[in-house]
Design a protein around this ligand. Structure first.
Ligand SMILES: Cc1cc2nc3c(=O)[nH]c(=O)nc-3n(C[C@H](O)[C@H](O)[C@H](O)COP(=O)(O)OP(=O)(O)OC[C@H]3O[C@@H](n4cnc5c(N)ncnc54)[C@H](O)[C@@H]3O)c2cc1C
Length: 440
């Protein structure tokens, strides 16, 4: 084991091992990992991966540790490969509208670097200020602007990936389009550190919108808000941001607003016609909403977006929650949200729900019993997942499978699909050293 220390900076302190034991889901199992290795160059990553393969030591890649499914959680007998020191923005090319970044770059820092050129990085997870580019690529993170601009996969042009044997794979092309070979870039996006280590990414940037406008609407209940989502999406192109908060979530984030209504919808439009589009949408919503406000003041818009971003931390302050992340077809959103409320009533378990409604991604936060996952809490979670699958949805809209969602994989994927995933894993990581027990 000592040889690892000469390959890259290695921390075996109790504090470092303890902090790498869990991600933001809080999930961990057993004792902390044996060591945290923090390479500063791609060559060091390659050397560490080769060492792990030679010694059959499982490696758990870690970006910023903000994941919500235990994907970066590590335990005894494993070594954590912390990519946070590879944090250079290597280039921003305003003409080609691409940036080349190392995996430890925080998403908001890339966005700020792009802003200096009048550009932006479109993927905008709620964790934009704390999540790393490598982690968001490994989980194919979604976010608040995905309904129109796509998620992380749509923003990634090419990757440098250290494979399980230590070799360096380059995927993608510098041109706008290519169909040479299999789409390896897409294969690694969302692979949760199980197929290779992302050590560099070439990502798309896009022009910042000339204007934005925001509609904030309050409804009597979550069903009315969900129906309003359909009204908005039926009216024309899906707005970049279309976020929904149920009453319990709203009460946790903004008790004053929650006193006046039962659910909150936030719509953001952008481009030269942003205000006119927002005003039109507000007109449509006035038919069923209790209250509708429109603003094109950037500061007020940002405050409203912050209300939405604050949802998860606000609920987490109330106690330990299980963070679910199902997704359903947009047309089934109302049925899903009312079904989740019914599950909460039937089990007596408090569920706080918010949604990237434009994409049908729903986050039901299931409150544990004083931190314990009791049978009734588990029953509520199982029922939420079963509901989403019954409505034609999926186990995870954006957080990934990690360790926590594997138990439902067979409910969604048939044996052929699961076997195919394992064949890909076996082909790329025959010794099973990269993030074992996660994702598939
Ligand atoms: C307040 C809050 C809000 C959030 N909002 C959103 C949201 O809106 N949308 C969303 O999708 N998620 C959201 N998340 C979840 C989380 O931020 C994302 O999953 C994010 O992509 C994780 O990035 P990270 O750098 O923290 O990765 P980590 O948690 O460190 O790792 C995540 C996974 O990626 C792997 N990994 C990390 N880096 C690499 C690498 N370089 N190469 C290979 N594998 C790697 C890890 O092994 C692990 O499997 C939120 C989390 C919080 C706490």
């Amino acid at each position: 084991m000592t040889a690892l220390d000469v390959l890259a900076p290695t921390d075996r302190s109790a504090a470092a091992r303890e902090s790498a034991r869990a991600d933001r889901s809080g999930w961990s199992v057993g004792d902390p990992p044996d060591a945290v290795v923090r390479p500063t160059t791609v060559a060091e990553v390659q050397a560490v991966v080769r060492w792990a393969a030679d010694h059959q030591v499982p490696l758990v890649p870690r970006g910023a540790g903000t994941g919500l499914t235990g994907g970066a959680s590590a335990t005894a007998g494993q070594v954590v490969l912390d990519l946070s020191a590879l944090d250079a923005i290597e280039s921003v090319d305003p003409d080609a509208r691409i940036a080349v970044v190392q995996p430890g770059v925080i998403v908001a820092d890339l966005d700020r670097a792009a802003a200096a050129h009048g550009l932006r990085y479109a993927p905008d997870p709620g964790s934009v200020a704390i999540a790393s580019i490598g982690g968001t690529i490994a989980t194919n993170a979604g976010g608040l602007r995905c309904a129109r601009h796509g998620g992380t996969r749509e923003a990634v042009v090419g990757l440098d990936v250290v494979l399980a044997d230590g070799s360096l794979l380059r995927t993608g092309t510098s041109g706008p389009r290519s169909v040479t070979g299999y789409d390896l870039t897409s294969l690694f996006v969302g692979s949760e550190g199980t197929l290779g280590i992302v050590v560099r990414a070439t990502v798309r940037l896009q022009p910042q919108p000339v204007a934005t406008a925001t509609v904030a609407a309050l409804f009597a209940d979550v069903a009315a808000a969900a129906r309003a989502v359909r009204t908005v999406t039926a009216a024309g192109p899906v707005p970049p941001t279309l976020e929904l908060l149920d009453h319990a979530t709203l009460a946790a984030v903004d008790p004053v607003l929650a006193a006046d209504g039962g659910a909150f919808l936030l719509v953001q439009t952008e481009g030269p016609g942003a205000l006119a589009e927002a005003t039109d949408l507000a007109g449509l919503l006035r038919g069923t909403a209790l209250r509708v406000d429109v603003t094109d003041d950037p500061a007020r818009s940002e405050r409203l977006i912050e209300t939405r971003r604050g949802a998860l931390p606000a609920v987490q302050r109330l106690g330990r929650v299980l963070i679910e992340d199902v997704s359903v077809p947009r047309t089934a959103l109302a049925e899903a949200l009312t079904g989740i409320a019914a599950i909460s009533d039937a089990t007596g378990v408090r569920v706080f729900t918010f949604a990237h409604a434009g994409e049908g991604v729903i986050h039901p936060l299931v409150l544990t019993d004083d931190g314990e996952v009791t049978p009734r809490v588990q029953e509520a979670v199982d029922a939420v997942v079963a509901l989403a699958l019954r409505l034609g949805g999926t186990l995870t809209g954006e957080h990934g499978i990690g360790a926590l969602k594997r138990r439902w994989l067979s409910d969604e994927l048939d044996p052929v699909a699961r076997t195919t995933l394992h064949r890909i894993k076996d082909a790329l990581d025959p010794a099973g050293v990269l993030n074992p027990g996660k994702a598939i």
